[in-house]
Ligand binder design. Structure first.
Ligand code: PXG
Length: 468
């Protein structure tokens, strides 16, 4: 199909006049003259309406794991749409792709995680987690277990439950959040919160805070601990060695459910099907989205342990929860075809043994830049920390949180899409990215850091620019 011709100035005008985009400062956007219009994509490259080709270092929004332009996924959607575009799962009905996807996910999750509940987004998956976990404890005869423990700077979505479980203070500050029953503890962000500390000691301290909080609120009141194996939107926070094993042990010690939010880490991102498998822990529930369909259609899922489902079956009665699009047949068909691609092309193994290690080495080339405080990565997710003083974790005084967006803007101008998160830039490219594309990514970041430095130094310390 030849690229369509759009009237870009007109689209931009209509966008500003009528569309309210996600997570935006509407006043600022108006002043900037609107959004970049992305018109098409192929492989790891997106194209905008002004003709720029941009290497997509973010896989869309942490999701296009198999890359753009997969005709197989288009076919899977079209065929399913033709045969049965929709049917619900509310009233003892189900569709074939939904069942097949549930079975496929049970196989990939392994162990006791043999059941799956479907939703359309990661946020909805975490809403399901919250409702199902509380329903479970009531059914089990321990109704006081309602509290969720989460981490500051975690991201679990944007719905009321998702944003409450998340630890983004700026989201809470919009009003009314978190809802009661969510406790936040420190994140295992060693570069910021344990700089220079022994890694093992830091892991112990970060995990201990969870146990201390459990004891503070009373183990009999705690329902679950939820965490991303690697915090994504928080800035690609790689936990210190031993952290997850400790967290797992603490949960088991107090009989607390462990929820792994795999919305970003799932489907090969860390070089394993799921992040919990990489860290060697056994969650009771697993939230998935994004890479489940590589973003081609909205779909999310919650993997649930058999032990939990047995209680629901015996004592739960009706689980009064679900969404119109739970188990949507077209989304499920696309997710199945997406998983088939990941399997057939060996993408999980590729990340683990081939392109992940290449990414680690490539990132090291940025290590000598005077602005770079740390580079870190696991599989195909990575971050570059930007500092004002080499060898420290000191940020630009009075401009904290601004460095990431400045470097990101330079990267985009130079043809690479990354996310700027406070004083870091993060990357999460499609799993099919080539070595040549990784090299290009690193070259663009290196050049952009050099271009950004004078801009950053010239930025007034009290500048009230956006953090996005
Ligand atoms: N959990 C995790 C770990 C996520 O990363 C969600 C849940 C929510 O998924 P939905 O599909 O409801 O968006 C996410 C989503 C960012 C950014 O700022 C990250 C996400 C979404 C939007 C922006 O990098 N992650």
């Amino acid at each position: 199909m030849p690229p369509r011709n759009y009237d870009i100035p007109e689209l931009r005008r209509l966008d500003l006049a009528h569309h309210l985009p996600a997570q935006a400062n509407y006043g600022e956007l108006q002043k900037l003259g609107g959004s970049r219009i992305i018109t098409r994509a192929e492989g790891c490259t997106i194209y905008d309406g002004d003709g720029a080709a941009i290497l997509d270092g973010m896989a869309g929004l942490w999701c296009v794991n198999v890359g753009y332009g997969r005709a197989e996924l288009v076919r899977a959607a079209a065929e399913q749409m033709q045969e049965l575009p929709f049917y619900n799962t509310f009233f003892k009905t189900v569709t074939p792709p939904t069942v097949m996807l549930a079975a496929k996910l049970a196989e990939k999750l392994g162990g006791d995680l043999q059941h799956v509940f479907f939703n359309s987004s990661g946020s909805e998956a975490n809403d399901t987690v919250m409702r199902m976990v509380r329903h479970y404890w009531r059914a089990k005869g321990e109704p006081s277990r309602t509290i969720f423990i989460s981490r500051w700077n975690a991201y679990h979505g944007s719905t009321v439950a998702g944003a409450s479980l998340g630890g983004m203070k700026h989201m809470h500050n919009m009003g009314g959040l978190p809802i009661p029953g969510v406790e936040h503890v420190m994140q295992p962000y060693q570069f910021n919160e344990g700089f220079g500390e022994d890694e093992e000691a830091f892991a112990k301290r970060a995990a201990q805070e969870i146990e201390d909080r459990i004891l503070h609120v009373g183990p009999e009141n705690v329902a679950a601990f939820i965490g991303e194996p690697v915090q994504g939107a928080g800035g690609v926070i790689l936990p210190p060695k031993g952290y997850w094993k400790r967290v797992d042990a603490i949960c088991k010690k107090y009989g607390i459910l462990l929820v792994s939010d795999e919305v970003i880490c799932g489907f090969g991102r860390l070089g394993s099907w799921f992040g919990f498998q990489h860290f060697g822990v056994t969650p009771d529930l697993v939230a998935m989205a994004k890479g489940l369909s590589s973003g081609y259609l909205p779909i999310s899922a919650v993997g649930v342990s058999h032990a939990l489902v047995e209680v629901l079956r015996e004592k739960g009665g009706e689980f009064v929860h679900g969404y119109t699009y739970s188990g949507h047949p077209v989304s499920a068909a696309v997710a199945l075809a997406n998983i088939e691609i990941i399997e057939r092309e060996g993408l999980v193994e590729r990340v683990k043994t081939e392109v992940g290690p290449y990414f680690v080495e490539a990132l090291k080339r940025l290590g000598d830049d005077p602005l770079v405080g740390e580079v870190r990565s696991l599989g195909l997710i990575g971050a570059v920390e930007i500092v004002a003083e080499k060898g420290t974790n000191k940020r630009f005084t009075g401009k904290e949180g601004k460095a990431g967006p400045v470097v990101r803007d330079a990267c985009i101008k130079n043809g690479l899409m990354v996310r700027g998160i406070r004083d870091s830039i993060v990357m999460c490219p499609p799993l099919i990215i080539t070595h040549a594309e990784i090299d290009r990514m690193i070259d663009i970041i290196a050049r952009s850091l050099r271009e950004a430095e004078p801009v950053l130094r010239a930025l007034p310390a009290d500048d009230a620019g956006g953090l996005g």
